[in-house]
Design a protein around this ligand. Structure first.
Ligand SMILES: [Zn+2]
Length: 397
């Protein structure tokens, strides 16, 4: 039996499955076909919740005698967009000029394809890792992410699974393979502020209370002063006002309500709770200011609603995990990767509650774009990096 040692062949099989969230599209079956000959036991739990589509996930375990390494990722992909704009069809895995085209090529079927090839080579050359390796693969990362990684982790943990370290195979490199490992992520919070005033004639403002003036006062307080100047491992905390809505078509009417929505990305100076407290405090202080509301005796009448669940900030401090991965990268590409906490949130924020986690995968330049593609050379290099990492982390190098 031939083992799945070729990352390009593995990736082609995965790209040909049209697994746009929430469809499984055959992608998990393709994975199962690759993993079984390598000695993995494969489970494919389906999770449900009212109001969201049922999602099929995959957990594969190759048991051994030693520490437990988990590789995490997703086989679902974002929609193709304008299919006619693709140079090569999005689910065909066609190769041109040394690159394979297809939705999910880098985000992140490619990362999974390379990790499986790395394990397959290890099995072929060394008989496989002496410890335990598992793959925790969700079909719900790009969608609502309700029936995905969170439930899959709970499901596996409830069956007694314990992990010593995890790698998430998301595309972490901005320009070239080996640029960047993500060792943490900023936290994220969103909220909406609605200010209520009194509608009236724009020529008689003393008879009205313009909520736009109040909203500007509050938004100003969220933007100044800055929350912090950044830390050793993180960028400065940043708040963006993402929308201001009044919905008033008339130029001579003072509206009754105005709403602003904001998102804040915060570093390890803060927790989600302390950021919320700071924002409440700033708004309460600002509501009493007169700068934009001369003559008004009452504070700005506002409501703050937090949207969605907060994402918590985290930083992985596990020298064995980070140093082993950085060393494997240096051996393959000749340079040390940056250890970064930049960018958006990922499923690593859920895994960090179970074990130390880092993220390293392909080059992200074309993710979510038309003509998403990956260099075949990158697939080979990433496979060699994962292979070296597995050997060194399990102490079999
Ligand atoms: Zn992804």
């Amino acid at each position: 039996m031939t083992l799945p040692t070729d990352p390009a062949a593995n990736l082609a099989a995965l790209i040909r499955c049209a697994s746009v969230t929430p469809a499984e599209g055959g992608a998990l079956s393709a994975l199962e076909t690759m993993l079984k000959p390598l000695g993995f036991l494969v489970d494919r739990p389906v999770f449900s919740e009212d109001g969201t589509p049922d999602i099929e996930n995959l957990y594969a375990r190759r048991s051994g005698n030693g520490p437990h390494l988990m590789f995490a990722g997703h086989t679902d992909v974002v929609p193709v967009g304008d299919e006619a704009a693709w140079t090569h069809p999005p689910f065909a895995a066609e190769i041109a000029n040394g690159e394979m085209y297809g939705r999910g090529a880098v985000d992140m079927k490619g990362g999974i394809a390379c990790f499986i090839a790395a394990i397959a080579r290890h099995v072929e050359n060394n008989g496989g890792p002496k410890g335990t390796v598992s793959l925790l693969i969700t079909g719900d990362e790009e969608g609502p992410a309700i029936n995905g990684t969170v439930k899959l982790l709970e499901w596996a943990a409830s069956r007694g699974e314990k992990w010593d370290a995890s790698i998430v195979g998301e595309p972490t490199n901005p320009d070239a393979l080996g640029d960047m490992i993500k060792i943490g992520r900023r936290g994220s919070l969103s909220g909406s502020i609605t200010v209520s005033g009194r509608q009236g004639h724009a020529a008689y403002p003393q008879l009205a209370d313009n909520p736009v003036r109040g909203l500007i006062t509050l938004v100003d307080a969220l933007l100044h002063p800055v929350f912090d100047k950044g830390t050793k491992d993180f960028q400065p905390t940043n708040l963006e006002v993402t929308s201001i809505d009044v919905g008033n078509p008339a130029t001579n009417v003072i509206p009754a309500k105005a709403t602003a929505t904001f998102n804040i990305r915060f570093n390890d100076t803060w927790t989600a709770e302390s950021v919320q407290a700071e924002i409440h405090n700033r708004l309460d202080q600002a509501s009493k200011r007169k700068k934009y509301r001369p003559g008004k005796k009452t504070p700005v009448d506002y409501d703050l609603v937090w949207r969605d669940r907060p994402s918590h900030v985290f930083l992985t401090r596990d020298d064995k995990l980070v140093d082993t991965l950085a060393g494997s990268i240096k051996a393959a590409v000749g340079k040390k990767p940056a250890l970064s906490t930049s960018g958006g949130t990922s499923d690593a924020r859920f895994i960090k509650d179970y074990c130390p986690v880092v993220e390293f995968g392909l080059v992200g330049k074309t993710m979510h774009m038309v003509d998403e593609r990956v260099a075949l050379a990158d697939l080979e290099t990433l496979t060699r990096i994962y292979q070296r990492f597995i050997e060194d982390w399990f102490g079999q190098g």
